[in-house]
Design a protein around this ligand. Structure first.
Ligand code: NAD
Ligand code: UFG
Length: 338
């Protein structure tokens, strides 16, 4: 009998790649997703890659009746909680919606888990919880001071998980703080289907290369970094997916709370990413310097040693592979999932 894992937001970018890794590790996967930022087609593609299907239920995590039905139907061994909203600027404009989908949805999910005695969860958090004050490279024990609504919504869920484990040590909780996941499954069948206004660097690069946008705006070139552009810790989404499976496996026997950075431990500047992308895609990407984007930090990257010492996880794929896989996905699927 395979263990069943619930993946919330499993049709999304991180969730879909994680489903592929779960299936490869011989778990059964059940997805709950409201498809607010994804399409069911992603789940068909996962099945195409894996040769095994994913069971899924369309619905919102805040719907208690839905969760009651799903948790009654399957005996879950654990939950990967990837569902959530993630657009930083949108969150500043619509804080209530973000707290509802990120915080309220998590509380409702945890309630359902407790009611059905499912106490193993991996939560998708973000490096953005560290905020401005922390020393680079960010270590997990650095104080948290997020400077955005989105970041605070993640920190609040982390606080809830911390309090939960304090009150009842029989929970097995993993918090994964991702740095900048990019790239796609090497098949080119699943990837980041960026909809609406694209804000992040890699999807924007892809859209310029495919001809949907004329040029890449580079937000600031006067940062205190080697070439003046912002520096981030980009890591391949398949490494992120593997990190989830390893954390889930670790939590099968270890209780309490485990908080880990998922990053490579090194940063690349915007210009370095642009050059790597041009080499990988064979496309020239016109770009233009524009003023700094509000809220952006100059430079940060992970101290990734804890994930390595606790899980034996480290990011294996380099920047050229991240760019090549992102481009394969984009060029094979110019309009995303249709
Ligand atoms: P995504 O938007 O591609 O996937 C999120 C999925 O959750 C979508 O399929 C969406 O339809 C679903 N969803 C949203 N609200 C829901 C709700 N209330 N009920 C049910 N389904 C809901 O985003 P992603 O990039 O895959 O991110 C996954 C998680 O990782 C998010 O929590 C995000 O905050 C976090 N994260 C992402 C990044 C990144 O750069 N992609 C970085 C750090 C953290
Ligand atoms: N950038 C550009 N032009 C663009 C887009 C981005 O120059 O069109 C620059 C940014 O200024 C930054 C870098 O590229 O220096 C990376 O920007 P992203 O928007 O891709 O990523 P961020 O680091 O700003 O944010 C990402 C996620 C957040 C998450 C954070 C956590 O989008 O959800 O990482 O580390 F919170």
């Amino acid at each position: 009998m395979r263990q069943k894992i619930l993946v919330t937001g499993g049709a999304g970018y991180i969730g879909s790649h994680t489903c592929v890794e779960l299936l490869a590790a011989d778990y059964d996967v059940v997805v709950v997703d409201n498809f607010s930022n994804s399409k069911p087609a992603a789940l068909d593609r996962i099945a195409q890659i894996s040769g095994r299907s994913v069971l899924w239920h369309e619905g919102d995590l805040r719907d208690r009746a839905l969760l009651q039905r799903v948790f009654s139907q399957y005996a879950f061994a654990g939950v990967l909680h990837c569902a959530g909203l993630k657009a930083i600027a949108e969150a500043q404009r619509e804080p209530l919606r973000y707290y509802q989908h990120n915080l309220e949805a998590s509380l409702t999910l945890l309630d359902a888990m407790a009611a059905h005695d499912v106490r193993r969860m991996v939560f998708s958090s973000s490096a953005t919880v560290y905020g401005e004050g922390a020393r680079v490279p960010y270590r997990e024990e650095a104080p948290l001071a997020p400077n955005t609504v989105y970041g605070r919504s993640k920190m609040m869920v982390e606080d809830v998980l911390h309090d939960l484990v304090q009150s009842d040590p029989s929970w097995h909780i993993g918090i994964l703080r991702y740095f900048n996941p990019v790239g796609a499954h090497p098949s080119g069948l699943i990837g980041e289907d960026a909809r609406g206004s694209v804000n992040n660097l890699m999807p924007h690069l892809c859209q310029v290369a495919i001809g949907k946008r004329a040029e890449l705006p580079i937000f600031g070139h006067d940062y205190p970094t080697p070439d003046g552009t912002g520096v981030r810790d980009y890591l391949h989404v398949m490494d992120v997916a593997e990190g989830h499976v390893k954390t889930l496996q670790y939590l099968a026997t270890e209780s309490g709370l485990l908080t880990l950075n998922l990053g490579t431990g090194r940063g690349y500047s915007v210009l370095e990413v642009v050059r790597a992308f041009e080499r990988a895609s064979g496309k020239r990407v016109p770009s233009r310097y524009v003023p700094r984007r509000q809220g952006d930090l100059a430079s940060y990257y992970a101290d990734a040693t804890r994930a390595s010492s606790v899980l034996g996880w480290h990011a294996k794929r380099d920047l050229s592979e991240m760019c090549a896989d992102a481009w394969r996905w984009q060029s094979n699927n110019p309009d995303g999932y249709i």
